[in-house]
Design a protein around this ligand. Sequence first.
Ligand code: F6R
Length: 602
Amino acid sequence: MCGIIGYIGDRKACEVIVKGLKRLEYRGYDSAGVVTGDGSSLDIRKGAGRIDDLAKRLRFLDMKGTRGIGHTRWATHGVPNDTNAHPHTDCTGRIVLVHNGIIENFAELREELSRKGHVFRSDTDTEAIAHLIEEELKSSDDFEGAMRRALKKLKGSFALAIVYADEPDRLYFVRNESPLVLGIGNGEMFAASDVPAFLEYTNKVVFLDDGEYAVVTKDSWVVKRLDTGEPVEKEVHEISWTLDMAEKAGFPHFMLKEIYEQPRAIRDAIHGNRETIGRVAREIANYDRVIFVAMGTSYHAAIAGKYLFQKLAKKIPIVEEASEFRYEFEDLIDENTLLIAITQSGETADTLAAMKLAKRRGAKVLAIVNVVGSMATRIADLTIYTHAGPEIGVAATKTYTTQLTVLTMLAIETAAVLGTVPLERLESLRRALLSVPEFVEKVLELDGSLAELAEELKDKRDFFYIGRGIGVPTALEGALKLKEISYIHAEGLSAGELKHGPLALLEDGVPVVAIAPDGRLFDKMVSNIEESKARGAMIIGLSNRGELSKVADVFIQTPDVDELLSPIVYVVPLQLLAYHLSVLRGNDPDKPRNLAKSVTVE
Ligand code: F6R
């Protein structure tokens, strides 16, 4: 759960690396470090803290040299401090590396290497890798061979960038179950955990696969297999994202920019998938057993997907958190199963594990993913991209609404294949979906009043979010957004659950956010709202039906959107409310404490 970057060329490496690390900070930000050099002398600087502070304190930008690597960390082994910050070195200080991932057998390796006389300075799993390569180098001078032999002994996930002082013309990059992409420049080369880190310099990229490594000089690159050392043919892709898209574009935070990008993102999700959806829907129609797996916000999209498939395709999918599925479903999966994995990053460890399990058991795997070339897309038999563009804010916003868009399209088209719903109804839903970006634009106009509402709510201690039917995932997601960035306790639940326990927590002034789109369950929602109101709760009601304003203390008027499309529209005011509460409480909504954008460890 870290970000790594490497550069070799004619520029001042530290400048490229520091800029890249700032763009990778969303992957982790508890400590950072850089190593640069020309010839065989290397300068290593690292410490705990954010990149900007460290760049000043350790004067990263004074570092000399035209090759180097850098790292921004999210701790897994060893507390965040100066010593545990990357890079790490062997005993001689000549093998220097940075790592994203977890080495599961590091304790054994460390013990064995210590017995052989290696001296460890940090508590990290990463340091063992440097000593392991050093140990292998004792039996031959061939660094590349020694690196390969050493890495074969590792169990776990690793993306690595490695500098060897005695080979000043090259850098090594390795990928195994953690992301890594090469950037191909003119007389210069880059590598990073994610494309925005070097997109300013090149949009030509090569995605490494698991078990591959790259040897890179300023004018050349070659990708080889870690097990045999044989070269692998790789395709060079051109990325169409501009750096502008990856930057804040004048908004105070990435999260706010990404909330505002939703109309565009939803349009892209619709238009970018016109061709694929029909084909995938025909596949889905073949399966009786459909299982959605995902985590966090993507899991909420999965719950919405379940409602949509039930309503339209008359299928009853199972929805499981990937972290549960991977340990509980082994015997229940076979070739008659279709697993639909939803993951914006395509790198969530639990979701990848669930996908691999399903593949092993002969199931078909469909992935709904945002990040192009990510691991999930390599495991899946079929991939649908959400086309949201890079999402830098840790809290998922536009990736969620585009997941919902894709799931809606899939449910509509699967229903069309199966003939489960009259064609006129499907046609009207297709048309209505095309208007959703405009509806989202409409709710974005509520931003000012939501900011005022946040002022009123900023000192509240607990929030409840309730909904029914297709409103449930919106309630869950509204609560998750609030807790993760404002650090206010929030619970999302189906309104029917209230009186089975949570009602006991309601007292004077506790905000209850009620998702109440027009539809079959509107009256039931009103009853639940009345129940909460009778206990003194402060009702914040979201509906397209104006009469809710009579019951709600605060009424948020939503546009007239079909109930089945309401999740995409109704979540937007909840994202904005959470955002404003986060800022008012002095938090950084882009970098919530204890969280990271890609959860690449279990
Ligand atoms: C919350 C959030 C997380 C992710 C979860 C899964 O705002 O972003 O809950 O949704 O970590 O991530 P992906 O979708 O990348 O698999």
